[in-house]
Design a protein around this ligand. Sequence first.
Ligand SMILES: [Zn+2]
Length: 404
Amino acid sequence: MDTIAEQYVKLVLALGQHDADYVDAYYGPPEWKKAAESSKSDPARIESSAVELVSALAGEREPADEMQRLRLHYLQRQLSALVARVRMLKGAKLSFDDESRALYDAVAPTLPESHFQEILDRLADRFPGSGPLVDRYDAFRRNFVVPREKLDAVFQRAIQACRERTVRHMTLPADERFTVEYVTGKSWSGYNWYQGGFRSLIQVNTDLPVYIDRAVDLACHEGYPGHHVYNALLEKHLVKDRGWVEFTVYPLFSPQSLIAEGTANFGIEVAFPGRERVDFERTVLFPAAGLDASRAGEYYDVQAMVEQLAYAGNEAARRYINGRIDAAEATRWLERYALMPRDRAAQRVRFFDQYRSYVINYNLGKDMVRRFIESRGGTPDKPAKRWEEFEKLISSPRLPSGLE
Ligand SMILES: [Zn+2]
């Protein structure tokens, strides 16, 4: 399997030459990257090599050891996702659901407008008045914008709290750390670039107003116990301890992303269970941002309702990718059903253009991770067990289909 793992890494690097977003992280041998850059294998060759590796792996005996078995299935599934991605680059047209199954090993449920309308009706009662609901909600939310000059201080406080909570429950590599940069002109709101050696670069996009809830969301999601910890634990347990070279590369359009995004989002609830989040916001972050702390409870009650619209973004993306609606209609759909103001909705449609069915990894991924961890006893009333199962999941090569 080590030989196939090495060939897999080289194929991911080769495909990265044709797809700028594909290789999200790489910290394996630098000469492999140089070789990929200089040889520039064509997509057809990458595809046939990957197909060969998939059939070679199909001939492998099922290992008795669970981690070895997870490794075998992981390599098989990551490689078939690579084949699907090459075919897409060669012009293959997949429906949204076929694409997410091929790339992320999962399909998001299809929900009708009526599902979202019920939630919107409750929000309309909360924000009575005339005009579109999104405008009324947005007017409320504008009271909770973090002033640009306070953003870094607020974000650093959130990172510190997320880290403290994480290290209370899991052992991180001694010299792990990350740096934070503020950027503009991106289709995403935050990004973790893992650099190997237990280091990350986290970028926060300031194109649009940053609301107070983004501080903990981003600190947990990109940092602790999210992407930074996930990548550091994979490097520690799988690359350094076991010598599994396939984890030195992270192909973005692959099943690994559902686990990465799902655990990063679920990690927010693991780090701040129940009322702990709003207590922390009221006592620490709202004052640091200069916001009225007496309104923290009210704000998070509304956010909990809006959170129920999470799957509306998937619906917009599915219709858009399937060609049923155009970019302008997708923007309007997000305004109406996901309550995104016009500029945020437009940014999200640019994200659909760049990342397509990747969107399911956030909300479906989070729900799948939650069900998996709770099915193993990590229920909200057992926080220690919840952390333990969370750590096990982010230290292993489990696939989305293996969460069920
Ligand atoms: Zn993420």
